[in-house]
Write a protein that binds this ligand. Structure first.
Ligand code: GDP
Ligand code: MG
Length: 180
């Protein structure tokens, strides 16, 4: 018997500094590490979860958003089942780069579900992006949903990874149905 019913490759993408590594760490290890460490290239983490009675292995690919690593991005996207686009709620610029990121992701990963994720929700007093603006941007770019999270407090973290996992499960089921 296989150990897992499904394996998904999940991409974390968005500008450097928006909180991809912190969110990934928080989800995978359950703690917030206030680190200044820059991700070099790509880090990859495994999380096991059970949803709807299925044992799922989630491979979380945390991309180093720094410009000098962009050449890795097309390869990093290949074979992905879904992704999270992260922006920082205190930075309008980080949201405005969605289109550039999505172009590369769509080209290399296809029409997989992508969530719009506003990070650092605990910094509400420094907020520059209103949820409504992010939701409209998500719709205009055919993303599959929206959430705000905080890696620092843990707010919405588990739930958001579950949401994207459910969307990837749905997509897989739809694909199996049409190919049989
Ligand atoms: P990445 O470049 O997208 O991987 O971003 P990092 O995860 O390295 O985070 C960049 C900075 O933002 C670090 O100093 C983190 O401690 C900080 N940070 C990340 N997530 C949060 C959060 O949820 N709340 C707060 N207040 N700071 C955060
Ligand atoms: Mg990082």
């Amino acid at each position: 018997m296989a150990e897992f019913d499904m394996t998904f490759k999940l991409l974390m993408f968005g500008d450097g500094g928006v909180g991809k590594t912190s969110l990934t760490q928080r989800y995978v290890t359950g703690v917030f590490v206030d680190s200044q460490r820059i991700t070099i290239g790509v880090d990859f983490h495994i999380k096991e979860l059970t949803l709807e009675g299925k044992r799922i292995k989630l491979q979380v690919w945390d991309f180093g958003g720094e410009e000098r690593f962009r050449f890795l991005l097309p390869n990093y996207c290949r074979g992905a089942s879904g992704g999270m686009f992260l922006y920082d709620i205190t930075s309008l610029t980080s949201l405005s780069h969605l289109v550039d990121w999505m172009q590369i992701v769509r080209q290399n990963a296809g029409l997989v579900p992508i969530l719009m994720v506003g990070a650092k929700a605990d910094l509400a007093n420094l907020r520059k992006v209103q949820p409504q603006e992010a939701i409209e941007t998500a719709k205009a770019n055919k993303l599959s949903g929206f959430a705000e999270v905080s890696a620092k407090t843990g707010e919405n973290v588990e739930k958001t990874f579950e949401t994207i996992t459910r969307l990837m499960m749905k997509k897989l089921a739809a694909r199996s149905a049409t190919s049989s």
